[in-house]
Design a protein around this ligand. Structure first.
Ligand code: F6P
Length: 375
């Protein structure tokens, strides 16, 4: 096992409290406010009467599997509230293959348990999104103490109304649409801004409304390209020189939504476009002769400093995670429901996706504002 750095006691020296040994890791795609959340956990623990040792696993579950960790000191958590990314590094360790031995025949789950026990950890604090939560729940089932925090710009985690990273990404995607607005107005073109979000439309929906998009295409509401064109032509008739379309990276046409998984896979084998936005652009161009441009802000949406909302939100969630540990309450994700910070049992979270309901009031209100969903 690699062991760098020195141990730190966050409590007053001389106190005869039991030492708590906490492992921490960030897994999956990064996002803003991961550092703020970890700082929240550690500050809460260090301000308590308990002594704590924090072990940071490098690059997510990989660090736990291969025993790559660093003992963290107070210094590590100083000045990181505003820092994007994650001080621990992250990687994707797909849940699908978690039970498949690695190239050297190592049983990953057993290796994680072994390293947890070797370090005599009291608990693991795991920050992640959907896949991360499936593995976290598996580790709970395997008998490890786990507390999790919901991170992702996609906001698709079940059991919480909001994930941290989401609001920061909404800000960035909105900025992108704002910038496109001025150039679209000058040129009188149709502009598509492709927004991240994986299989859900939360980010596109929110950034689309905030940026004043005329059309919003999200996976939960399959689109008909003719309806999209109808909206563009309606705007033309009203004398609007341009149209802005916010397209979720997972948006899907009504025709494609009807395909079986196998048929869809087959179609994608010979798919000539880099992403759905380019397909929409090509169809509009072909059917209307209009000039269409596509902008993809991509990973910019996960980058940079967390917005103030996320700093506060992640700090609050982190603090509650710290409280859970102090209460010896494990097997929970700290979530946010109806404006309250809540403890959600991990088994209720793992494996479920929180999607936008086409009947949600935000969708209905957007429609009342004149936004088309191409449906
Ligand atoms: O889950 C966050 C996210 O940014 C999604 O919105 C996107 O589909 C995916 O990650 C991109 O993953 P990667 O960083 O592995 O390319």
């Amino acid at each position: 096992m690699k062991k760098n750095g020195t141990s730190v006691c966050f409590a007053d020296s001389g106190m005869e409290e039991r030492m708590k040994r906490i492992g921490m890791l960030t897994s999956g795609g990064d996002c803003q406010a991961l550092n703020a959340a970890m700082r929240g956990v550690v500050k809460t623990l260090s301000n308590s009467k308990e002594k704590v040792e924090i072990y940071g696993f490098i690059d997510g579950y990989k660090g736990l599997i291969y025993g790559d960790f660093r003992m963290l000191t107070g210094k590590d958590f100083s000045g990181i509230l505003t820092k994007g990314g994650t001080i621990l590094g992250t990687s994707r360790t797909p849940f699908k293959t978690i039970r498949v031995p690695d190239a050297n025949g190592l049983d990953k789950v057993e290796a994680m348990k072994k390293n947890y026990n070797k370090l005599k950890l009291d608990c693991l604090v795991i920050l992640g999104g959907n896949g991360t939560h499936k593995t976290a729940n598996l580790l709970r089932e395997e008998g490890l103490n786990v507390v999790t925090l919901p991170k992702t710009i996609d906001n698709d985690l079940w059991g919480t109304d909001m994930t941290f990273g989401f609001q920061s990404a909404v800000d960035i995607a909105t900025d992108a649409i704002d910038c496109i607005h001025t150039t679209a107005a000058s040129h009188g073109r149709v502009f598509i801004v492709e927004v991240m979000g994986h299989k859900v439309g939360w980010l596109t929906l929110n950034a689309g409304i905030a940026g004043g998009a005329d059309i919003i295409l999200i996976p939960e509401i399959p689109y008909d390209i003719n309806k999209v064109i109808e909206k563009i032509e309606e705007r033309d008739k009203q004398g609007c020189r341009f149209t802005i379309i916010a397209v979720a990276e997972g948006a899907i046409s009504k025709a494609d939504a009807k395909l079986s998984k196998k048929e869809y896979k087959e179609k994608m084998k010979n798919y000539p476009y880099p992403s759905v936005s380019y397909e929409v652009a090509a169809q509009i161009q072909e059917k209307t002769g209009r000039e269409v441009r596509v902008t993809v802000p991509g990973h910019m949406q996960r980058g940079g400093s967390p917005c103030p909302y996320d700093r506060v939100f992640a700090s609050r969630l982190g603090s509650e995670a710290g409280k859970l540990i102090l209460d010896n309450q494990y097997g929970f994700m700290v979530g946010y429901i109806n404006r309250e910070i809540v403890r959600v049992p991990l088994e209720e979270v793992a494996g479920k996706l929180k999607m936008v309901s086409p009947d949600a009031s935000i969708v209905q209100e957007a429609k009342l504002l004149g936004i088309s969903f191409g449906d």
